[in-house]
Design a protein around this ligand. Structure first.
Ligand SMILES: *Cc1c(COP(=O)(O)O)cnc(C)c1O
Length: 354
């Protein structure tokens, strides 16, 4: 594709609608393991209708970003952590574990071919989507003996093109995302499929997003949609940033982990613990809980401004993005774009041949 054609496609991107020219494909089967890693043109798959993933959802994915750096280079944010989580997700779904070096190599290969697709505008990035699925053709239920790994990439603009605005959330008491012993800690599409009806219910109540509570008591806060949640107690420099502990039903977000580290760097107290719906409401009412935000790779930080449930509704802080949220967001974005020192060695600089 010519540079001019590409430039046209890189305008007004939105999220996850445009894809680059190539993808990496690696096959696995029980007899030979991983084999035939290949860079191929991006394109449709031909699947037998009996392909196992279409029936039994044995599949996992990841989502990470490559950023155009201030010096013109390209760097991926914490790909090693994503590779490790991809292995853990695969293990839970009885899929073969892709070695971490192979995961990183696949990213290198794709970036080498398609690095010109990494946008340079502020808040833009190349979103990388590794995935793995049961490509065996069989209707019998068993861990697949044939699996396909694919890595695709999507140049993306800001998740919220009209700026970061606080969302209104619906506390879901009719539905659960994950239960003890289930797949909540794995990045697998089934968790999302099971959440869509609750998301639709949230929309019926005039809310943007659904907040998941624990499946047993529907009392302990877990996540918001496909993002983790953070609660800011107090104000200013002495603030305490608290996030629900990883009980096994939450997805261990890499943004969550990064913000806990950056929060400590900025001098905030950080904590992983439990927060109930009553704590959330009373903290907002007495002013001790000043900010709430959701965090994840795609949207970075999304402030939560209003909360609704079947019984109550309340405002968080002033209903606008708070200072701690803003400072944490800026600190993360600055490291990702090479505008602040990478003191935790989170960036992997791509070796692209031009
Ligand atoms: C991916 C995901 C997150 C956020 O993880 P990041 O690594 O920060 O992108 C949170 N919750 C769910 C359910 C997810 O799938």
């Amino acid at each position: 594709m010519s540079a001019a054609e590409r430039e046209k496609l890189l305008v007004d991107l939105g999220f996850g609608r445009t894809f680059t020219e190539h993808m990496v494909r690696i096959r696995w089967n029980a007899a030979v393991g991983w084999h035939d890693a290949e860079l191929v043109p991006y394109g449709s798959l031909v699947l037998d209708p009996g392909t196992a993933v279409l029936h039994y959802a044995q599949a996992v994915f990841e989502g990470l970003k490559a950023f155009r750096q201030a010096d013109g280079g390209v760097a991926t944010f914490r790909p090693d952590a994503h590779a490790a989580r991809f292995r853990r997700s695969a293990r839970r779904l009885a899929l073969p574990e892709l070695p971490e070096e192979t995961f990183l190599q696949a990213i290198d290969t794709l970036l080498d071919a398609d690095h010109e697709w990494v946008p340079s505008a502020p808040e833009h990035s190349l979103y990388l989507r590794p995935m793995m699925f049961a490509s065996e053709v069989s209707l019998s239920v068993h861990p697949a003996e044939e699996v396909t790994f694919l890595l695709i990439a999507s140049p993306s603009g800001p998740y919220f093109p009209r700026g970061v605005k606080p969302v209104t959330v619906w506390l879901s008491e009719d539905f659960s995302r994950a239960a003890p012993g289930g797949t909540g800690a794995a990045k697998t599409g089934g968790n999302y499929a099971g959440g869509l009806l609750a998301q639709a219910q949230a929309a019926e109540h005039g809310c943007d997003q659904v907040v998941w509570l624990d499946s047993h008591e529907h009392r302990w806060v877990e996540e918001m949609g496909g993002m983790n949640l953070c609660f800011v107690f107090g104000r200013g420099a002495g603030s305490r940033v608290m996030t629900p502990a990883l009980t096994g039903t939450l997805l261990p977000g890499i943004t969550r982990d990064s913000l806990l580290v950056l929060g400590r760097d900025l001098g905030y107290e950080t904590e992983e613990g439990g927060i109930s719906v009553e704590d959330w409401r009373s903290g907002c009412e007495d002013g001790s809980l000043s900010e709430v935000f959701a965090c994840g790779t795609a949207a970075v930080i999304t402030p939560v401004g209003f909360v609704k449930s079947a019984r109550a509704s309340w405002t968080v802080g002033d209903g606008v993005m708070g200072d701690v949220s803003r400072r944490l967001r800026q600190a993360l974005v600055d490291v990702q774009r090479g505008a602040a020192p990478d003191s935790h060695e989170w960036l992997y600089h791509a070796r692209v041949s031009s």
